[in-house]
Design a protein around this ligand. Structure first.
Ligand code: GUN
Ligand code: FE
Length: 454
């Protein structure tokens, strides 16, 4: 007798490597009571029919209908939860002006817990409906409403990694929206870490606190140093923005005489559990430092098209072995869907190959072989995200969390163009990646629990 909590039967797509897909056709997936995949059973395995005969018809036996497929849940490596309230607007200004004109005034409103609750609940359920099972969030500078976001993830069943944003420099942040001083920012962050760690104990899927200096320009030296120490003391995840725009890149060079990456490293902010958003302007030594420290890049292709004035040399960074995943960067990227961002990652990489890139570095080094395929984009949205966070998510493999989306290709209103009963499964995979809408995402599961259905 096999000990399991659920058995799922059907066809699954998962990354084998950065550019290869594994297709498990008509497999059984056995999930244990903690929500981890305990075993994959091939139809060729002699136990297959025994298990099906014994278990079919039971409540915990779950067989996909024709036209339905399992994909890993997506991992959003960079998203500003409060900015959901302005999503789809305010895309007309460059980064610095955008922050001061639209974004800081909006984020300041999250001092109000009722407003925060309304926005955050709507965002977390929207992400789940789009297949995002894990998200690395920026909240705001307010520790109470940042905690509320972690609580909402806990309640709605999403694996949330949440940062109380730190921004204490009075020169760079408006008086109405900044931490009072470095000392207060560090005390608030420590309190936040302790509270979210306690909350984590009550969840199955995990919610985690994240040390979150907004970006170097927002932060004093004292606060950056203190945050590095807190991350080490509590072994937390760390996130920030790194070398996003020309403006930011230049600002850090002038202030420290070094690039963003090196400066963040000096403050103890790089490491296995660090994810840096954007990284468009990393130089060769910065990339080496990322590889050496295990720091990951949160690639935000839609946002980069609006704010970064550059295209990430993704293929080159992947070939150097940097861990990379995908982020929506809401609201600088205006789609909550990682399907949209995966497609944009492919499109942007093709622009780079054709020489449209405006980043100095790519021009100097040439941009040949920069195209990625949908396989790599899928990897970024799933396994790459999991590896970036050092969590067992993003693959449908033994030992990984049962974090999945069930995609239905036959939904009225968005039926995918599949006409041949014997169509290659790899072609179906590509159609899914290019054509799926939230209507096609029938169910979403996190850590063996159903968290969304339609
Ligand atoms: N740099 C600092 N803050 C932000 C932000 O909110 N969005 C983006 N895209 N870049 C930033
Ligand atoms: Fe961002």
């Amino acid at each position: 007798m096999i000990n399991y909590s659920y058995i799922f039967q059907g066809t699954a797509f998962t990354s084998k490597s950065v550019n290869e897909i594994t297709i498990y056709k008509d497999y059984l997936f056995l999930v244990d009571e903690d929500g981890f995949i305990q075993e994959l059973v091939s139809p060729k395995d002699e136990r297959y029919s025994l298990i099906v005969d014994e278990c079919a018809g039971r409540e915990n036996f779950y067989r996909l209908k024709e036209g339905q497929y399992f994909l890993p849940g997506f991992v959003d490596l960079h998203i500003h939860a409060p900015q959901w309230a302005q999503n789809g607007t305010a895309l007309d200004l460059p980064l610095y002006d955008w922050l001061h004109t639209y974004t800081f005034p909006l984020e300041a409103k999250f001092a109000n817990a009722d407003f925060a609750k309304e926005v955050y609940e709507d965002l977390v359920s929207t992400l789940l409906a789009n297949g995002t099972t894990t998200a690395l969030y920026y909240a705001t500078i307010h520790k109470e409403s940042s905690y509320l976001l972690a609580e909402i993830c806990a309640n709605l069943g999403q694996r949330g990694l949440v940062g109380k944003v730190v921004a204490d420099d009075p020169e760079q942040n408006p008086d109405y929206y900044r931490d009072e001083d470095a000392k207060t920012a560090l005390l608030d962050t420590e309190e936040f870490i302790l509270a979210v760690n306690e909350l984590n104990e009550t969840t199955k899927q995990g919610v985690y606190p994240v040390v979150t200096p907004r970006f170097i320009p927002s932060c004093s030296d004292d606060v950056l140093k203190g945050l590095g120490e807190l991350a080490a003391k509590y072994n937390t995840h760390v996130q920030s923005h790194c070398s996003e725009s020309d403006w930011e890149h230049q600002y850090v060079k002038e202030r420290f005489g070094n690039n963003d990456a090196y400066s963040l490293h000096e403050f103890g902010l790089l490491g296995e559990k660090s994810v840096m958003a954007h990284c468009n302007h990393l130089e060769e030594e910065d990339v080496d430092l990322f590889v050496k420290t295990g720091t990951a890049i949160g690639h935000c292709p839609l946002s980069n098209a609006y704010f970064a004035n550059g295209v990430l040399p993704l293929a080159r960074f992947l070939s150097k072995g940097v861990e990379i995943g995908l982020g929506t960067d809401i609201s600088a990227g205006a789609s909550p869907s990682l399907y949209d961002n995966a497609k944009q990652a492919v499109v942007s990489s093709r622009m780079l190959e054709d020489g449209v890139d405006t980043s100095l570095l790519a021009e100097q080094r040439g941009v040949k072989n920069s195209r990625i395929t949908i396989n790599e984009a899928f990897y970024l949205a799933t396994a790459g995200g999991g590896e970036s966070l050092s969590l067992p998510v993003g693959r449908i493999e033994k030992g990984y969390a049962w974090d999945i989306q069930i995609v239905d290709t036959k939904v009225v209103g968005n039926r995918l163009p599949i006409f041949d009963l014997n169509e290659e499964l790899y072609d179906i995979f590509q159609k899914i990646m290019y054509l799926v809408k939230p209507e096609n995402i029938k169910e979403v599961w996190v850590q063996g629990e159903k968290v969304h259905s339609r």
